[in-house]
Design a binder for this molecule. Sequence first.
Ligand code: GLP
Length: 329
Amino acid sequence: MSATAPAPFRRDGGSGRFGGYCLWHHYRLQGRTSSRTTFPKRAWVPVDITVVPRGSYTLLPCSQARDETVERPTVHVPEILLEADYNAMSLRAGDIVGEAIRHNPSIVLALPTGTTPIGLYADLVRRHRDEGLSLSGVTTFNLDEYVGIAIDDREGYHGFMRSHLFDHVDIPEGAWHLPNPQATDAGAEVRRYEGLIDASGGIDLAILGVGANGHLAFNEPGDTLTGPTHVAALADDTWLRNFPSLAPRLKDEPELRARYSTAYTVGIGTILRARKILVLASGMAKASILASAVRGAITPRNPASFLQLHPDVTFILDEAAGSWVHYTA
Ligand code: GLP
């Protein structure tokens, strides 16, 4: 390792020189710290995952690399774009999403809510207003919505999407979709939503935020993850983060926790079936979970780590969110 190279993370507490991960080597690595090394062809070699170029690899903890009985998953190293701050992150995302829409005017998008995408939506509205970007052929599917709330609930995502995007661009009513919070049969609703996505031809570009605990949409950390659209219970930390105005009242009114406690969410499988995935994150609170998501073990304890199984993921991170990733492609 050179003096300037980032410290390697130990993915498995393992044995290898570079944190215990081995790569099935069939070409010469171009990584910053390994460019002077020629590895033997067709061999397991220890690698520093932080400097492996973007691509698809078979990676295993070195301790398992010689065990032929261990399944060898293909792990993908994503593209990571680091931007100075939230504003720059949003503009970079606007460039990518705007270009994707121009390239494919009938693109199918999956859209997030939360604080992270607000700047992106503002940029898309500006591009529509000032640069003639048209969303008239676009279809969108939001990632999630709370169960049982009124359509116009102030915490709900229907209102959020209208006020930040849909009311300001030319996307036709009927071309944007969210799960119906008023559905009387939740089982039928999740099947309807998943079916609608399939009937649209599937998601071309899924735009995601990440929870500070690694959740994607409302796929919360746990022992297992669910593939298709389903009803999920919000983790306590997610609830506290999402409802800062209710949280201080919880002590005196514990029954408040039951509000917004479940949500319809697309599943991890729905997300991974998207043709391309764009992940946005800003702020220090996301730094640690993002580093694990990009380079850590693939585990339902960190749902974002499942993105390593997708071959075409781009992260756009501001400096704070990317400060633990130490990855330069
Ligand atoms: C929310 C949403 C997610 C979102 C995430 C991050 O709970 N369900 O889809 O990506 O949490 O939120 P924020 O962007 O506010 O940090």
